[in-house]
Design a protein around this ligand. Structure first.
Ligand code: GDP
Length: 331
């Protein structure tokens, strides 16, 4: 199914030259494969791989270039696909020569924009783990400059591309994916607002709303994100999922080892507590707080209960709007 609580899942298209790292990104982010295992991923001849994973908040498709993708092929309905796409991620292998990749990027972006000007275009400058910091900045600047020159030459300077430096060997790929997904969530300002209210009333330092299946955070409060905090949250989710898989009761409905009442608490030895609670089937809140604040767990749980109700309302309102639109269309 393509919806969560009746809300259509954000749809993402992952494109790029063959061997740029698309399958690896999919396996690492959505299927918990360890980065070094991707070395043994077999190169596939399928040009289009649909991800049918039902355990995540997002859905996406992978396309290879070059392949049989021919924008002039009348049997290939790229228009329909671009119309239903929220974000187009183009992966560029930064350890390889990228001249061909850039020309493919340009062709794809200009085609897609003509069909659907609302797509957000995201460029992953990928495999940067082998590069020094200076080198990374240099590559990003060069790629940025070249793509913008191409767009300006084509009279399409209004198209906006966002760039990310990514690698599957650290958390940069999760961070980049989080930003991409957040742009596709219309309720984001409301979610952020609710998180702000929740943390300030509960003595919490930082709270993330996570898509548990992918470790993408779909929202956080407005205090700045510190990479280390984010990494700790990801590690906590891994621990919780691993323990649930081993000792948990299989939830037959969704095949997930956790359910809407799951929760976990980890006390770190520096007086920090990490507190995880499920919000919906896919989403969990992970909070960072000091030991003193955790003493008032009752208050936190009460506030969390209110937060959860508010979240359900946010999504319910949307469902109702969608339903009444459908009714109107039927008349
Ligand atoms: P695809 O054809 O675009 O799906 O590319 P693959 O996912 O098959 O990846 C091609 C190769 O790139 C594999 O050997 C991966 O291990 C490697 N790779 C993918 N991501 C990274 C990365 O972030 N860093 C490095 N160093 N190698 C990567």
């Amino acid at each position: 199914s393509d919806s969560v609580n009746g809300v259509v899942k954000p749809r993402i298209l992952l494109m790029g030259l063959r061997r740029s790292g698309k399958s690896s990104i999919q396996k690492v982010v959505f299927h918990k494969m360890s980065p070094s295992e991707t070395l043994f991923l077999e190169s596939t001849n399928k040009i289009c791989r649909e991800d049918v994973s039902s355990s995540s908040f997002v859905s996406f498709q992978i396309w290879d270039f070059p392949g049989q993708i021919d924008f002039f092929d009348p049997t290939f309905d790229y228009e329909m696909i671009f119309r239903g796409t929220g974000a187009l991620i183009f992966v560029i292998d930064s350890q390889d020569d990228y001249v061909e990749a850039l020309s493919r990027l340009h062709l794809t972006v200009t085609r897609a924009y003509k069909v659907n000007p609302d797509i957000s275009f995201e460029v992953f400058i990928h495999k940067v783990d082998g590069l020094s910091d200076d080198h990374k900045i240099e590559k990003q600047r060069d790629i940025h400059k070249r793509t913008n020159t191409d767009l300006t030459d084509a009279g399409l300077e209004q198209i906006h591309l966002s760039f990310y430096l990514t690698s599957i060997y650290d958390h940069s790929i999760f961070e980049a994916f989080s930003k991409v997904v957040q742009k596709l969530i219309p309720q984001l300002p409301t979610l952020e607002n609710l998180l702000n209210i929740f943390i300030s009333n509960s003595g919490i330092e930082k709270a993330f709303l996570f898509d548990v299946g992918s470790k993408i955070y779909i929202a956080t409060d407005s205090s700045p994100v510190d990479m280390q905090t984010y990494e700790l949250c990801c590690d906590m989710i891994d621990v919780v999922i691993d323990i649930s898989c081993i000792y948990g009761m299989p939830n037959t409905e969704a095949g997930l080892p956790h359910d809407k009442d799951s929760m976990a608490i980890i006390h770190l030895n520096n007086t920090t507590v990490i507190y995880l609670k499920e919000v919906t089937k896919f989403l969990a809140m992970v909070c960072f707080l000091r030991k003193e604040s955790f003493a008032r767990k009752g208050l936190i749980d009460y506030n969390f209960h209110c937060f959860k109700k508010a979240i359900q309302e946010v999504f319910d309102v949307r469902v109702k709007v969608q339903q009444s639109r459908k009714l109107l269309n039927q008349r």
